[in-house]
Design a protein around this ligand. Sequence first.
Ligand SMILES: Cc1cn([C@H]2C[C@H](O)[C@@H](COP(=O)(O)OP(=O)(O)O[C@H]3O[C@@H](C)C(=O)[C@@H](O)[C@H]3O)O2)c(=O)[nH]c1=O
Length: 188
Amino acid sequence: MNITELALEGVKLIEPVVYQDSRGFFTESYQRSAWKKAGIEEEFIQDNHSLSMETGVIRGLHFQIGDAAQSKLVRVLAGSIYDVVVDIRPDSPTFTEWVAVTIRSEDHKQLLVPKGFAHGFCTLEPYTQVFYKVDQLYNREKERGIYWSDPAIGIKWPVNTPILSTKDEQLPNLESVLLEIYEKEGIL
Ligand SMILES: Cc1cn([C@H]2C[C@H](O)[C@@H](COP(=O)(O)OP(=O)(O)O[C@H]3O[C@@H](C)C(=O)[C@@H](O)[C@H]3O)O2)c(=O)[nH]c1=O
């Protein structure tokens, strides 16, 4: 297994061993003790799977707050994505900075998105399926989002007019989200 630390502390790209043969491939896509040894210490308790039928679907930028904050281990089962992680910890030296990686199903890469980061992706192919493990349960009250093209973050997306959910179309900018969290909850 190969692990690459990306420019934001704690964000990692994992490349598991893949055995190719005339039939296709075999890979251990997750093995708790091996992933732990490689520094992925989270206890994952939920798996999520989404299908996006079109190229240019953006899902994000999403995160959960407080004790519902999630680490995510993201991989792609079909198609490909431009996967984005944004540091939204106000006390971090890399606050508002983002990194992006392209993940194709055939390369088997996995992206670790730690707590304190917002996550989003853009599909690069139709019928793209994304599968990710999380270490906290989904919590509707504690989920938050940031508008995909917030200029204060300045992500360079591969599309200008993405397909968005109604919820994601209405997301606020980072500054308003953080203000709302501090005013109402006193936490991030
Ligand atoms: C994320 C999630 C959603 N849902 C429900 C809520 C809603 O009715 C339906 C679709 O949810 P969404 O529109 O939020 O799905 P989606 O836009 O795919 O949300 C996901 O986006 C990516 C970028 C992430 O990082 C994830 O954590 C998650 O926020 O599924 C669950 O039941 N459990 C879950 O864990």
